[in-house]
Design a binder for this molecule. Structure first.
Ligand code: SF4
Length: 302
């Protein structure tokens, strides 16, 4: 089975805790629905309710990896770049911003936890810069009519209290466009549509907040390609109904304190694997299957 790298959180930037955890004060260990549901919270529950419990109820650490931190750094630089006047949105300006922002990233606990030496730290910066520079392969940033960056939006969608941060809203000839930067690998065609749920939810939230329905929503896979979709009433209904189903599932799980483990290929990347016997079994089974497939391949090759 092909893995969608973004789906396993290898490249999604780190959301601020107050967004990711839904805000509000909830007692650790007591299953309670969050005051607001973010796309990452919804995605975690859809992937595995047990993982959701560990993260959002037990508040166990789910440290971001190198790729997610590099993505966050790239996002921050692009956010500041796009707040500049159009003529100042140049690669040199981005470099200057990156140099100014780097000390804060370098001093953060999440970065220190990676334990990088100078060489690894240099490679990290290079990787982040590749993502930042990749914007110019997709568009002329100076030609973008920016309406907002990093917009924190709260809205009720199909009865669900929703909150998310929209990377960028821009005006094009026919209306508003929702854009989200991605520094991971662009999805293959069969993974594209699910990846657009997040920006469609943002489009629904923008409409609920402002009264204007965006005309398009897109993911900019930095250095690779854009993946976009026309926003239609039907598309918004599909994603908001799915969000409502997830919200109902979270509420039921919290009422009953039943959070089923949903094993799958992503268990191998789960930070809670060591406390999940079902996940351990799933990973061992996949490892055995991989070893058997490798042996069969070598035998066939003679
Ligand atoms: S190891 Fe797999 S089944 Fe267990 S909590 Fe993590 S994702 Fe869920």
């Amino acid at each position: 089975m092909e893995l969608d790298p973004d789906a396993i959180g290898l490249a999604d930037p780190v959301e601020p805790a107050e967004i990711d955890l839904g805000g509000g004060v909830r007692e650790v260990g007591v299953p309670t629905p969050p005051p607001r549901l973010s796309p990452s919270g919804a995605g975690t529950f859809e992937q595995c309710p047990r993982r959701w419990r560990h993260r959002y109820v037990d508040r166990l650490p789910d440290p971001p990896g190198e790729a997610a931190l590099a993505g966050s750094f790239a996002h921050r630089v692009l956010e500041l770049l796009m707040q500049r006047p159009p003529e100042e949105r140049t690669p040199d300006a981005a470099k200057k911003i990156a140099r100014e922002e780097w000390p804060e990233t370098e001093a953060a606990d999440d970065f220190a936890a990676l334990g990088f030496d100078d060489e690894k730290s240099r490679r990290f910066r290079w990787r982040a810069w590749q993502a930042i520079e990749g914007l110019w392969k997709l568009e002329d940033p100076g030609a973008v009519d920016v309406a907002a960056t990093e917009q924190d939006i709260e809205a009720e969608l199909a009865g669900v209290p929703f909150r998310g941060i929209v990377d960028r809203l821009e005006r094009e000839g026919d209306g508003l466009v929702v854009t989200d930067y991605k520094s991971g690998k662009a999805p293959s065609p069969r993974f594209r549509r699910p990846r657009l749920d997040q920006v469609l939810l943002y489009a629904a939230a923008v409409e609920a907040d402002t009264g204007e329905m965006p005309v398009r929503a897109r993911l900019l896979y930095l250095g690779q390609r854009p993946v976009g979709i026309d926003v239609t009433r039907k598309e918004l209904e599909v994603v908001t109904e799915k969000l409502a189903d997830t919200w109902a599932g979270i509420n039921t799980a919290c009422e009953t304190d039943e959070f089923e483990p949903r094993t799958g290929p992503l268990c191998g990347w789960c930070p809670y694997l060591d406390r999940c016997p079902e996940g351990v079994k799933a990973v061992e089974k996949r490892n055995r299957a991989a070893v058997a497939a490798e042996a069969a391949h070598l035998a066939a090759a003679g």
